[in-house]
Design a protein around this ligand. Structure first.
Ligand code: BGC
Length: 378
């Protein structure tokens, strides 16, 4: 009997261990920093891998209607890929301020700040060398009775990439035991007023990363309005109805159905910030987007506490080679970036992105994978 109990407890602890986030080496950055990769798994078929460089989602495997798993996000098999010119923010945490800041300039408390111009004539995704996607974060894996996750911490010193204040940032990825979901939580504090707008920049193709196109994916956005932009993708400040335009995704629509009709920006496709309809008071997260791929049956629902979502249809993907030598062609993946609106720091009428000392920035987004109703293998 005692022997039985011992064996049983061994078995139980072995299966608990199998569920713990597993760490492997992912190589070194050019400047010699070791990068760690953590694997998060659950009982329902989801496998997610996250690395310390850029607190980045590297892989997300989810089953299709026949139970066949496929990695549905773009990326590379090593750090060198992520450090290469081909990396267009694949899977990373984007910040300190994601999206664009007009002319790389803003003023806070009577002081003017100038940031790197890396998307001429604007500042994009937090800068050039020390933006949050390029630095190596510290990881702390954890397990609780609901599932497991990894917390990434990074302290960005005052003045890094031109932004004021020392910012302590935390991003965590949590996978529950019993549902194919990833909860991404973002927190930050500062010692001086500073703009903060964090998102994840995963490129999804629910047919599997490396599939030819996302034009056949169906999309729904919970947004009656969007923020039109000038030719450099900076919002004009207006908030306009999507009704009657190719931006109307209030009902499920094929991404490719009207993409060629987009004429109002230089975006070469969808690259727009949508204003999410207000969150119902009784819900923790607001429904933001539903992405559906008919052939595989895979769906992705995105829920968030953020007021906006940038829908980017991979217009600048250029056929770079990624994981397993797969090709990432023009419009072969879609980004659905939950966030505050672009250039908010210069747009007084938009919800504020300024974090004050003593306050905490806290937000979260849920990636919920599933299979479309009626999409069975038979
Ligand atoms: C932007 C695009 C940009 C892409 C990659 C998206 O968030 O909206 O304009 O090309 O990121 O940098």
């Amino acid at each position: 009997m005692i022997r039985m109990c011992f064996l049983l407890s061994l078995l139980v602890s072995a299966s608990a261990m199998a569920d713990e986030p597993m760490m492997t080496d992912f190589g070194k950055t050019k400047d010699g920093k070791a990068v760690e990769l953590y694997t998060l798994k659950n009982d329902t078929g989801l496998v997610a891998k996250v690395m310390t460089r850029g607190a980045t989602l590297v892989q997300i495997h989810v089953p299709d209607k026949d139970g066949k798993s496929e990695d549905v996000i773009l990326g590379w098999d090593d750090v060198a890929g992520y450090e290469s010119e081909d990396n267009q923010y694949f899977g990373c945490t984007t910040g300190r301020v994601c999206n664009r800041i007009a002319n790389g300039k803003f003023s806070l408390n009577g002081k003017d700040y100038s940031l790197a111009i890396n998307d001429d004539p604007n500042h994009l995704h937090g800068g050039v060398e020390r933006s949050l996607d390029k630095v190596v974060w510290k990881a702390r894996p954890y397990t609780n009775d609901r599932g497991h996750g990894v917390r990434f911490n990074y302290t960005s010193p005052d003045g890094e990439e031109g932004y004021p204040g020392t910012v302590k940032a935390l991003v965590s990825f949590f996978v529950p035991k019993d549902a194919n979901r990833i909860l991404i939580t973002y927190k930050a504090t500062t010692d001086a007023a500073t703009p903060i707008n964090l998102t994840n920049h995963a490129y999804f193709n629910l047919g599997g990363a490396g599939s030819e196109t996302v034009l056949d994916h169906v999309l729904q956005l919970n947004a009656d309005k969007y923020t039109p932009t000038d030719d450099t993708l900076i919002p004009t400040g207006k908030i306009v109805d999507v009704a009657g335009t190719p931006l109307d995704f209030t009902k499920q629509k094929r991404i490719g159905a009207r993409i060629e009709k987009l004429t109002d920006t230089a975006a070469l496709g969808y690259d727009h910030n949508f204003v999410l309809n207000p969150k119902p008071d009784d819900k923790e997260h607001n429904f933001a987007a539903l992405l559906r791929h008919k052939e595989s049956g895979r769906t992705l629902r995105i829920l968030t506490k953020e007021p906006g979502i940038q829908f980017y249809s991979g217009n600048f993907l250029k056929g770079q080679k990624g994981k397993d030598g797969k090709t990432y062609a023009h419009r072969s993946a879609v980004c659905l970036e939950t966030q505050h609106y672009p250039d908010s720091v210069n747009q007084k009428a938009f919800p504020s992105t300024v974090l004050q000392p003593g306050d905490e920035y806290k937000t979260s987004t849920l990636l919920q994978f599933g299979i479309a109703k009626g999409a069975t293998g038979n």
